[in-house]
Write a protein that binds this ligand. Structure first.
Ligand SMILES: [Zn+2]
Length: 524
């Protein structure tokens, strides 16, 4: 019986080990045979001399929860070799959602996740995942349970601790999410209502992740002046609950002197707890512009926030808090300044500000930069996304070189996105490993595939091995590099010859094939 596909003569990186020139035969969705000069028949033969073959890359921080309803091909992801994505990070997810409040959830998530379908037909996580699977995405989407979305579902967007009953209800919803296939529990402690959870609540809900052997995926409470305390809090949560800890997009906003103590803190913790982190390889972040606001002003949901911004006295109080700061609160506006905050998406009628900094917008409108931000939030009903330039390339590389580092693009889809959406995997493997040798090539591949799969307990992928899923990336090592920039962010990387998901080509010769074999992980 001939195989479906034979890839001949590529330099094959199996996962963590050094590469070998071997043939790889594929049958259906699996890797069926491996070896030097296999000498077998196949319906299709790809001659891959001089190319490298890697296991499909895994994006550990993906904002692809609603994008497949618009573009199930997920082009920016497959174009750089991502074949699996962990979705619903930052505690934020489209489900579970109260049927009476789905429009508020949609309005809040829109700057990060897009709107999704016209009406959301789901309430439970299981219903949402079924709707998502029906879009037939090109990559495999692995869900997280979003703690913030569970909290909002159970107790609304209120700034208080849950009652014992509410806490039990939250744990029940989290269990249901894991039963539906989730592979992590995500926290977003700068977003509402996640920001309203105290350490004791986080320890209690983390115990549900322990039952399923799943890691906590955490956007910590403060990535700026108080980053050591914020990461310390999560180490404490991991220690006391027993949950594995995965820190999302490790960084320090401003305060470069805290990077070394931060990495030391993680090293010390790693002797006691199971800890990893991901990073996108850029010195700028991107999130909703409303993340500039103090958490109290976001309580109650988007319409309440807009009412506060419309009220002169309350708006003045918001502005005062941003200018002076609040104890413990991560104040991004103060940490990076208005010249370093660039608008990457703004709903009509303000789409003309895309690509401009808050400082520029303020100058044009002859108002104060903070006032310009508040005005923009009002005019767009909060549907604005920013890119905030917070660190040097040197600091990014310092974090990158740490051995517990894994990769999460944090890519947010849009007309003028952060370049990480298109460039992350190519920057890590093509630029940092292949060109610059910051880490060995097989180490980069282990981080992009093998260790990421292991982190999520995905035993059917992450390596090139007989019997595993044929998620594969064929690259030209001489050409593979990120080309997306802040100015021209929607450029796909050079040098990606082909990408297979479950044995089917999703990307070939610089274009999507239209195949969508990925699906939604449901614990199969
Ligand atoms: Zn985040």
């Amino acid at each position: 019986m001939p195989y479906d596909l034979l890839i001949k003569g590529a330099l094959v990186y199996p996962g963590e080990e050094p590469p070998r020139v071997i043939d790889v035969a594929i049958e259906g969705d699996r890797i069926a045979a491996l070896g030097p000069d296999l000498g077998v028949e196949a319906a299709e033969v790809v001659h891959a001399d001089g190319l490298m073959l890697c296991p499909g890359f895994i994006d550990l921080h993906a904002h692809s929860a609603l994008e497949p309803f618009r573009d199930p091909l997920l082009i920016p992801k497959i174009a750089q070799g991502f074949t699996t994505e962990l979705i619903n990070p930052d505690g934020l997810a489209p489900a579970p959602v109260d049927r009476a409040r789905w429009q508020a959830r949609r309005a809040y998530l829109q700057p990060l996740e897009g709107p999704g379908p016209e009406t959301w037909p789901w309430s439970s996580i299981d219903e949402y995942l079924q709707a998502l699977a029906a879009t037939r995405p090109a990559t495999t989407l692995v869900p997280s349970v979003g703690h913030g979305s569970v909290r909002e579902y159970v107790m609304g967007s209120e700034q208080r601790a849950p009652t014992a009953q509410e806490l039990e209800a939250m744990r029940r919803e989290i269990r249901a999410g894991f039963d539906a296939g989730a592979r992590s529990l995500s926290f977003g402690l700068i977003y509402v209502p996640g920001a309203f959870a105290d350490t004791a609540e986080l320890i209690e809900v983390a115990k549900e992740a322990v039952r399923f052997g799943a890691p906590l995926a955490v956007h910590v409470r403060n990535e700026s002046d108080l980053v050591l305390q914020a990461v310390g809090e999560m180490i404490e949560v991991a220690r006391r609950s027993g949950a594995p800890l995965h820190l999302s997009h490790l960084k320090v906003i401003g305060h470069a002197h805290l990077v070394e103590p931060l990495l030391e803190l993680i090293d010390r913790a790693s002797r006691e707890i199971d800890i990893t982190f991901d990073q996108y390889p850029y010195g700028a972040g991107s999130t909703m512009l409303s993340a500039l606001l103090p958490p109290w002003s976001l309580a109650g949901g988007p319409s309440t926030t807009l009412a506060r911004l419309a009220d002169t006295a309350t708006r003045a109080q918001i502005a005062r808090d941003v200018r002076r700061g609040l104890p413990g609160w991560e104040n991004i506006f103060a940490a990076v300044g208005p010249a370093a905050i660039v608008i990457s998406h703004a709903a009509p009628p303000r789409s003309d500000v895309i690509g401009k900094s808050l400082a520029q917008i303020a100058e044009e409108r002859e108002i104060d930069p903070l006032e310009a931000a508040l005005e923009l939030l009002c005019d767009t009903s909060l549907d604005v996304t920013m890119i905030d330039h917070y660190a040097s390339e040197e600091v990014v590389r310092q974090i990158f070189c740490h051995p517990l580092h894994l990769i999460g693009s944090d890519g947010i889809f849009g007309e003028h996105p952060h370049p990480r959406l298109y460039g992350t995997a190519a920057r890590v493997l093509g630029r940092y490993a292949l060109r610059e040798g910051l880490i060995p090539v097989e180490e980069a591949i282990a981080r992009l595939a093998t260790r990421a799969a292991r982190r999520l307990g995905l035993t059917d992928r992450g390596r090139i091995e007989t019997g595993l899923r044929a998620d594969l990336v064929l690259l030209d090592p001489a050409r593979f590099i990120d080309t997306a920039t802040y100015e021209e962010p929607r450029r796909t990387p050079d040098g990606v010859v082909g990408v297979l998901v479950a044995g089917r080509a999703v990307w070939r010769d610089g274009a999507p094939t239209g195949e969508r074999p990925g699906g939604v992980w449901s614990g199969w």
